[in-house]
Design a protein around this ligand. Structure first.
Ligand SMILES: [Zn+2]
Length: 406
């Protein structure tokens, strides 16, 4: 690395360590920020010489990143932004901290994909899905797909691993030089009824989809989720044994296997490594407290709430909603979520914006009880399982109450 980059990298590590020592989080944002101030090309310097995979999309990127790291670790050391700091500051900090590693797997905020592609020159990029997210901050879905499409056009040599079940992702990846398609299913369809190419209607039948007015249609996938396993491009089926719940995570595993294959890892070898992943930054963690087996599920936007309902067992369920800065300030997205899967379950609600949730549940005809604290929720339910579904800062609050379970 050039001298300037070496200095920047060293200062970045020190700043991050000081921030951690001062108890101000993991320090990756401030460390990366300072490093990039000293050398604006620091991320490019740090990425040079490593084989990089990028993972982007609205939902599932933290989990898929962690699964991909597990799949690649058989090859050698892998640098990653494990704390979910998924903008260039976080990437810079992660690579500076990791030192020399042959591989890097980076979770990338979908808004920053173009820049991170330019700077890290990855071997592969995985595109998971695009759906509506924080209303006061995120771009409209079709705009995001357009940004991805243009960004990928500048990098014809990057191998794209993309979700065949999401029309927006397919359109974004369509013109790339080399694409591996995976089918991980898509429960949420409400951001892709209109064709991004021509504005025509998209028609769905079973898992298939096509535009009714132009040739855009679902490509034939190379990797497919089948029951509790994944079929690889040769037709071989691999059972996937995960410590993470839900079909959505089998889909994330399929993506990780498809990315790992681009690095020469055979699926039969990679699949065994995936079972080592337990929780992801506290998500899916199970904790026992006073005889209650509590499981934490993070759900941040309408698509991820649908997935969380699918993962949660039919047990008492606590929903917690905040609307602080990291959550997005606008809670009207609650009206995009269909809460009817909760019929018949005992539902408790809490969080700063529990009353917004109360209105939504009332409209949906779901009975609920309001509790002011997490401790009250535990006291209110009988011993046994308690499912907790919370959005970002509400999830962090509950984690803090459970002593930062991991
Ligand atoms: Zn069309």
């Amino acid at each position: 690395m050039p001298l300037r980059a070496k200095v920047a990298s060293s200062v970045s590590r020190t700043a991050a360590a000081l921030s951690r020592a001062a108890g101000r989080g993991d320090g990756s944002v401030i460390g990366g920020w300072i490093g990039l101030k000293i050398d604006p090309e620091l991320l490019a310097h740090l990425a040079a010489g490593r084989s990089v995979a990028l993972i982007s999309g609205t939902n599932g990127k933290t989990t898929t990143t962690k699964l991909t790291v597990a799949a690649l670790e058989g090859l050698g050391r892998v640098a990653t932004n494990a704390f979910g700091a998924n903008m260039p500051t976080g990437h810079t900090s992660a690579l500076a901290k990791a030192g020399a590693t042959p591989y890097a797997v980076l979770e990338v905020d979908e808004h920053y994909l173009a820049r991170v592609l330019d700077e890290t020159r990855p071997r592969a990029v995985a595109l998971l899905n695009l759906s509506r997210d924080q209303l006061d901050r995120a771009k409209e879905v079709a705009m995001m797909a357009q940004m991805w499409r243009e960004a990928l056009a500048h990098h014809p040599g990057v191998h794209v691993v993309a979700n065949a079940d999401d029309p927006m992702v397919v359109w974004a990846a369509q013109r790339s030089g080399a694409v591996t398609w995976f089918s991980a299913g898509q429960r949420w369809h409400d951001d892709s009824w209109v064709c991004p190419e021509c504005g025509g209607a998209i028609e769905r039948a079973g898992g298939d989809w096509r535009c009714t007015s132009c040739p855009l249609r679902r490509p034939r996938p190379h990797w497919v989720v089948e029951e509790d396993g994944v079929v690889d491009p040769t037709g071989a089926w691999h059972q996937v044994k995960l410590q993470l719940p839900g079909t959505v995570n089998i889909g994330n595993a399929a993506t990780a296997l498809a990315v790992a294959a681009q690095f020469g890892v055979r699926p039969a070898d990679a699949v065994l490594r995936l079972s080592s992943v337990t929780s992801v930054a506290g998500r899916y963690a199970q904790v026992e407290r006073d005889g209650r087996l509590i499981r934490l599920l993070l759900a941040k936007n309408p698509a991820s709430w649908l997935e969380a309902f699918d993962m949660a067992e039919a047990a008492p369920t606590l929903l917690s909603i905040n609307a602080r800065d990291p959550d997005g300030l606008d809670t009207s997205w609650l009206f995009d979520v269909d809460f009817s899967p909760l019929y018949g379950r005992r539902v408790l609600i809490t969080g700063d914006r529990a009353y917004d949730l109360a209105v939504r549940l009332q409209v949906n005809g779901i009975p609920f009880e309001h509790v002011t604290t997490f401790a009250d929720a535990i006291a209110a339910v009988p011993p046994g399982r308690l499912e907790v579904i919370a959005n970002y800062t509400a999830f962090q609050d509950i984690r803090a109450e459970l002593d930062r379970v991991n």
